[in-house]
Write a protein of this length. Structure first.
Length: 143
């Protein structure tokens, strides 16, 4: 677990530093059924929604043709995921402008999805704990 812990710590540190992270999410068979059932994807969908609630920025990172982007946005809205961008890096990030999008973590059914979700959930827990501690400290400073 040493290696996984290294990635959890890195992601949590980035989240705490920036108060947000960028999650690149594949579409087909990661959050939308293609060969897998919607039930099989529900855990990933819930994980993304929790991360988004904690301030994560969501980029759909897909090999789909741009003609499908409206369908992708509509589907994501229907399952409660707000898509910030599709196949683009946010303007405020200086990387990922010439091909691969920049993200702090990638969720993809063909690239260690379950392990990436474990890292994301663990980092989110650390981040939330950090934010709770800062809130308690702030309340103490006000009193």
């Amino acid at each position: 677990m040493e290696i996984a812990n290294k990635y959890v710590q890195r992601l949590a540190a980035e989240w705490c530093m920036h108060k947000s992270i960028i999650i690149a999410v594949d579409f087909d068979d990661t959050i939308s059924p293609w060969k897998f059932s919607k039930d099989e994807l529900q855990g990933t969908i819930e994980c993304i929604k929790q991360a988004q609630h904690a301030g994560a920025y969501i980029i759909i990172n897909t090999a789909c043709h741009p003609d499908r982007f409206p369908e992708i946005r509509s589907y994501c809205n229907s399952i409660g995921i707000n898509v910030d961008l599709i196949n683009e890096t946010p303007d405020h990030i200086p990387y990922g402008k010439h091909g691969k999008v920049y993200a702090n973590i990638f969720l993809d059914d063909r690239a260690g999805l379950e392990e990436a979700k474990q890292i994301l959930v663990a980092a989110m827990s650390i981040y939330r704990g950090s934010m709770a501690t800062k809130s308690i400290q702030h309340i103490g400073e006000i009193a």
